[in-house]
Design a protein around this ligand. Structure first.
Ligand code: GLN
Length: 202
């Protein structure tokens, strides 16, 4: 099948370029999006890693927060990594009081949850629905999911160490979120999964 879905990468702040390369390699046309008109022209949206409070502020400044929340409510497929996961949550702990989020997944996410001593770490984990080798997961000042609603599928948890069992990848309908950064490892399987979700939703 030759159809290349058009997937927007929210290009306000964060590691936008890494998602571009991954989406391209998975057979999607990736475009940077900032404006509401651009958001209305895409088949799916990636919210990159970065700093969620900055992304939140810029979404408000550009007046895209409400329209984007509506598009997601209407079924726009989305994938968020790290700060993107935070943005997709319905509740965020340890954030700024004025920070906004998009309510696309019924979950409570804690920012910077792994603590100062372990700002960044890597591990290999099992990812539900993705067979083969374990997935290398890179965590950078990452959030975890502290509560996942009934409609949410847990796709991955931390396999061992002090945070063992913590939820780090979820899906609700056409919306996927990971605490870690699949866009930086060269492992395309999460992006492949998302492009597939977008193709099926078209
Ligand atoms: N700590 C960042 C935040 O709160 C997320 C870090 C990341 O995206 N790598 O948004």
């Amino acid at each position: 099948m030759t159809s290349r879905p058009k997937i927007g990468v929210l290009a306000l702040q964060g590691d936008v370029r890494e998602h571009f390369s991954a989406l391209d390699a998975c057979g999607a046309d990736a475009v940077g999006v900032r404006r509401v008109s651009e958001l209305r022209s895409i088949d799916g949206l990636v919210i990159p890693g970065g700093e969620s409070t900055t992304i939140s502020r810029l979404l408000t400044v550009f007046e895209v927060l409400e329209p984007l929340r509506e598009l997601l409510g209407d079924g726009l497929p989305a994938f968020g990594s790290c700060a993107g996961m935070i943005m997709l949550a319905s509740e965020v702990l340890d954030t700024r009081p004025d920070a906004q989020h998009l309510d696309a997944i019924d979950m409570t996410v804690r920012r910077n949850a792994f603590g100062r001593q372990v700002d960044s770490f890597e591990t290999d984990l099992e990812f539900a629905g993705i067979d083969g080798e374990k997935m290398r997961a890179v965590f950078i000042r990452a959030p975890w999911v502290e509560r996942a609603g009934d409609a949410v599928d847990v796709l991955a948890t931390v396999p061992n160490g002090p945070a063992a069992g913590r939820i780090v990848a979820v899906r609700q309908g056409a919306v996927v979120a990971t605490s870690f950064h699949p866009e930086v490892t060269g492992d395309l399987r999460v992006h492949d999964l998302f492009v597939d979700i977008v193709r099926k939703a078209r």
